[in-house]
Write a protein of this length. Structure first.
Length: 84
């Protein structure tokens, strides 16, 4: 394998880890919304972790599209900028 293929595989693995981590944090957020009794605790669980999970998922998708297709979506980049 050449260096370019190894780099592509490493970035694909990083994108997959970010997607899985974002999905896991979203699952934890959903469990927190169900389990917490107070409305303030529920809103805290919904906002803090959901923002992080969406951010990780969008970064993972951006890396995946850049590595595998060679270009990126302007909409995806704009959503990342507006989320940050």
């Amino acid at each position: 394998m050449c260096l370019m293929e190894i780099t592509k595989e490493i970035f694909s693995l990083i994108a997959a880890v970010m997607l899985l981590l974002g999905s896991f944090i979203a699952l934890i957020s959903a469990i927190g919304i169900v389990k917490f009794q107070d409305v303030f605790l529920r809103s805290h669980a919904a906002t803090k972790s959901s923002t992080l999970s969406v951010l990780l998922t969008l970064i993972g998708v951006l890396i995946y599209f850049i590595v595998n297709t060679g270009f990126f979506s302007v909409r995806l980049l704009l959503s990342l900028v507006l989320l940050i």
